[in-house]
Design a protein around this ligand. Structure first.
Ligand code: ZN
Length: 311
């Protein structure tokens, strides 16, 4: 048996300590379920200021701006392989569609403490697992020469309850996505890896870029994860936030090859299946990193950081 050093703080202790610190400062309010919080005015002001900073740094004059509700059509969801790869993270919206008799039966089950959720019917909606998923179905068809670039923002859902304040079940993503030929997608990824790091450095976050993989499910998932890492399709921009030992990805880039082009029948101008790449900033995570590294009161942050954010 390997004994860990007695001085090492268990990671859950570090998570709980950071969560308590944020809650005591009034920045976060627990909503009774792990990974779901209300955020204060101060928190929101910092989050929106960072979001605006990325807008000021966007190099693409032609980026098409779209803001999404965080909901994905069930039909579109089924065109992706989310259910194969991340069944444990999914969120499906159900509602009641019965009549009075079924209503009374459901209320009876609730009152007796029985399972009433079986009386619900799936709606046409899923919660979106990533911001860009809502855009691809709108781009079906042939792209203009040079492809298309999108500036997106949306809440996203991932069912992974945790006490780490950085791992929430619902969070806001700001994304910049390129659809085009392989060169265009790769160029976008390269530009944004460097630019993403620059923007985060500008606000005093000394981040690192690492090759990464998504948390694919099950045994087959392990093969998918190592292939993704080997081909360097995903990179994370990381920094220590909730714990020193396990840094947090506050942004990531993904090169999807022709995965979404195939799923949603998107062609580049030469008729080939389109490739895509995106960078996503986790807005709550960036904001938490700012509070962690500069202190819980933005009034006392270094002036360079306040100036960059326009605080
Ligand atoms: Zn994306």
């Amino acid at each position: 048996m390997i004994c860990e050093s007695t001085t090492a703080v268990p990671i859950t202790v570090a998570y709980q300590a950071f969560l308590d610190e944020l809650t005591d400062a009034g920045l976060l309010t627990s909503l009774g379920v792990p990974g779901v919080y209300g955020y204060s005015g101060v928190f929101e002001h910092v989050l929106e200021s960072f979001d605006l900073l990325t807008t000021r740094r966007v190099p693409h004059a032609q980026a098409e701006v779209m803001r999404f509700p965080g909901l994905l059509s069930r039909e579109h969801y089924l065109k992706t392989s989310q259910m194969e790869n991340f069944p444990d993270l999914m969120g499906s919206i159900h509602s009641f569609t019965g009549r009075e008799r079924e209503h009374m039966a459901m209320l009876g089950k609730r009152d007796r403490g029985e399972d009433w959720t079986q009386d619900l019917t799936p709606s046409a909606l899923m919660l979106t697992p990533a911001c860009c998923y809502q855009m691809y179905p709108t781009a079906t068809g042939t792209l203009p020469a040079g492809g298309r670039t999108f500036d997106l923002r949306s809440p996203v859902f991932r069912h992974e309850p945790s006490i780490d304040p950085c791992r929430t079940q619902v969070f806001r993503q700001r994304e910049f996505v390129r659809l085009g030929n392989p060169d265009e997608a790769l160029q976008h990824r390269g530009t944004w890896l460097a630019l993403g790091k620059d923007i985060l450095n500008e606000v005093g976050l000394n981040v690192e870029i690492i090759p990464a993989n998504d948390p694919f499910f099950g045994r087959a998932g392990r093969v998918m994860a190592s292939a993704q890492k080997e081909q360097e399709l995903k990179h994370e921009i990381i920094i220590a936030v909730s714990s020193e030992e396990k840094p947090t990805a506050i942004a990531s880039t993904n090169y999807h090859l022709d995965y979404f082009g195939n799923a949603f029948d998107i062609k580049s101008s030469d008729g080939a299946t389109a490739h895509s790449a995106c960078i996503g900033f986790g807005l709550e995570r960036v904001t938490l990193a700012l509070f962690k590294h500069h202190g819980l009161d933005p009034d006392y942050w270094p002036s360079e950081v306040k100036n960059a954010l326009g605080l």
